[in-house]
Write a protein that binds this ligand. Structure first.
Ligand code: SF4
Ligand code: SF4
Length: 165
């Protein structure tokens, strides 16, 4: 599955949520949170991209069961990373592909960004259009594999719960 993720990472390339560096204003709040022991889910098989784990990262288990007996691992870091090695969840944040209850693929602002990321109050239309398109493409690519599709469906239901808290 390395090719699968290399292809997905390539769809995003060097695109960022806004034209400039959004981390300048917030001092990279999303990465600071990771430093405190939180982390980002790895998508199914994405762990294969970390056969040798960088010194600034760790991977642990979670209780997020996206399919029968299949649990999403959590990727945590020291708050600083080699951008080329950051996981997909970091590359797309604070947007995310999302499967609505009617099965439609959408791109939404990740509700986990609320209260932490200054961009969380923006509409999807306010983000860099090429970045939004790339996140949509990532969603389409994730739907091409049965397991990553299951993950995205289950993950979308978690986001629903957060949205309505
Ligand atoms: S995504 Fe949000 S929290 Fe992360 S660096 Fe950009 S503005 Fe800051
Ligand atoms: S891996 Fe990199 S982008 Fe992701 S939270 Fe850590 S420092 Fe931030």
């Amino acid at each position: 599955m390395k090719d699968f993720y290399n292809n997905i990472y390539a769809a995003l390339g060097t695109l960022t949520p806004l034209r400039g560096d959004c981390g300048r204003a917030c001092n990279k709040a999303c990465c600071e949170g990771d430093k405190d022991g939180d982390g980002m889910y790895l998508f199914p098989f994405e762990e294969e991209m970390y056969t040798s784990l960088p010194s600034w990262a760790s991977i642990s288990e979670t209780d997020f069961e996206y399919d029968k007996g299949k649990f999403a691992p959590l990727f945590s870091c020291d708050g600083v990373c080699d951008r080329n090695l950051r996981p997909l969840s970091c590359r797309i944040f604070p947007l995310t592909p999302y499967i609505a209850k009617d099965g439609e693929l959408e791109v939404i602002v990740d509700p986990r960004a609320n209260g932490m990321c200054p961009l969380s109050s923006l509409y999807v239309e306010d983000f860099e259009p090429d970045f939004v398109k790339a996140v949509e493409k990532v969603g389409k690519l994730l739907l091409e594999n049965a397991e990553t599709k299951k993950f995205l469906e289950a993950f979308s239901r978690i986001l629903d719960d957060i949205k309505f808290i």
